[in-house]
Design a protein around this ligand. Structure first.
Ligand SMILES: Nc1nc2c(c(=O)[nH]1)N[C@H]1C(S)=C(S)[C@@H](COP(=O)(O)O)O[C@H]1N2
Ligand SMILES: [Mo]
Length: 410
């Protein structure tokens, strides 16, 4: 790409616009790919160490992609004049500009979302998702139907039926039908490819459509089932608002009575190890809290039932040398820590039930840590061990670039 073209004097207007269009297309492509990597659960597992870099690239290219737009806007009136007789191109232009502004605006909010309350990122993420799931398929359709080979195919389709009399395009004309067939077919294939993503995204907004995000059948098998507290069932929070996006950096572990254990050890007076029967007989409390992921999504008003962490710590008798509390997952890989002071906060909970039901396997069940006022990378799923330690430990995502400060702005 020759950037000087934007600044060269005396270049024909059309050529400038074509170059601008190519720059835009290139940015959009990189942003689509990096955005997909950030969204994808497979990449989360396969390449956790580059996540933060991919995010930075996505943000920076996103910011740089504002430049062609700024360059274009003062010239828009002149461009529109040239499109007076081309209604389709005008509609295309407005659509693209709407999608780009939605993506840029919401993208900026998401980049700086820690400055705002989580509601801002909930709205921004919705817009970013909506603009993506409409804009990416539309752009692919646009680039296919405007490409040289597509035009050639269209011409071939019309040539093969050339007849001697002059042709008029109306709904009965087979040439028109063949040409539009190519468009409908390409459009159809693109919609088909994207529909699972769009469907998965849109489903939670329409609980009547069968609501809820698909969850793999829980393979966790634990008996007895804990009896929910009266505050849990029906949930005093009125039921969670929003959907979790299930994250894991490993295979999802399956937990049964055989392999379940819950240990508290390290710098404590009374080390303990519970089996499931013992664990469910411990006294539980109920709390209603919000759940925030640092990538921008939140679930509001969740009714959690479990054991307040400070009670577990008091019970175990923390030795005075202990400074940090380290949490382990049954996945064997994920860990995180809290300072002892943070761990003693009243809303940190070792939870077993969500809205009156056992936490599902995908959702981190049967036992997960809940840290409502901190981002959920602290919320270790499949929690099976708590260790009191003296030296600081760096958690799984903090080690891969996430901030050590996990506090959510209230
Ligand atoms: N064991 C384990 N715990 C984890 C994670 C993980 O990958 N593995 N991801 C964390 C992150 S970043 C978030 S946002 C939440 C997501 O919880 P969910 O998968 O129930 O939606 O779990 C947290 N706890
Ligand atoms: Mo997260």
């Amino acid at each position: 790409m020759d950037w000087r073209v934007f600044f060269k004097r005396g270049l024909p207007f059309r050529r400038r616009l074509v170059r601008l269009h190519h720059a835009n297309a290139l940015f959009f492509l990189i942003l689509s790919i990096s955005g997909f990597i950030l969204f994808s659960g497979t990449f989360r597992t396969a390449l956790p160490s580059v996540r933060v870099y991919v995010r930075d690239i996505h943000v920076w290219i996103g910011i740089v992609s504002i430049l062609p737009l700024l360059y274009y806007l003062p010239k828009m009136a002149r461009h529109l004049k040239g499109l007076k007789k081309k209604q389709n191109q005008r509609i295309n232009l407005y659509l693209i500009l709407t999608v780009l502004s939605a993506l840029i605006g919401s993208g900026l909010l998401l980049t700086y979302h820690r400055q705002f309350s989580p509601q801002v990122s909930t709205v921004a993420l919705f817009i970013h998702d909506a603009a993506t799931w409409f804009g990416v398929p539309y752009t692919i359709y646009h680039s296919i139907t405007r490409s040289r080979w597509f035009k050639k195919a269209e011409r071939a389709a019309s040539k093969s039926t050339i007849v001697s009399e002059p042709m008029e395009i109306n709904e009965k004309n087979p040439i028109y039908t063949r040409r539009s067939f190519l468009r409908v077919a390409s459009g159809g294939i693109i919609v088909l490819i994207f529909s699972p993503f769009i469907f998965r995204w849109i489903k939670p907004f329409f609980p009547s459509m069968g609501g809820q995000v698909a969850e793999t059948a829980s393979k966790n098998k634990l008996v007895p089932k804990p009896t929910p507290n009266v505050k849990s069932s029906p949930p005093i929070g009125g039921g969670k608002k929003g959907e979790f996006r299930y994250y894991t950096v490993t295979e999802v572990p399956t937990i049964t009575n055989q392999n379940f254990s819950f240990t508290i050890d390290g710098l404590v007076q009374n080390k303990k190890r519970y089996n499931w029967e013992q664990f469910v007989s411990l006294k539980r409390d109920v709390q209603v809290s919000d759940f925030h992921c640092i990538t921008g999504w939140s679930v509001y008003s969740v009714t959690w039932e479990g054991i307040p962490l400070r009670k577990i710590l008091q019970e175990a008798g923390v030795k005075s040398k202990a400074k940090y509390v380290k949490f382990y997952s049954a996945d064997g890989v994920y860990t995180d820590t809290l300072t002892l002071k943070q761990a003693m906060a009243q809303d940190i909970m070792v939870a077993t039930l969500i809205d009156g039901k056992l936490i599902s396997q995908d959702n981190g069940g049967p036992v997960r840590l809940i840290t409502p006022r901190m981002y959920a990378y602290k919320s270790v799923k499949w929690l099976n061990r708590i260790e009191l330690i003296e030296e600081e430990h760096v958690g799984y995502w903090e080690e891969r670039g996430y901030s050590k400060n996990a506090w959510v702005k209230s």
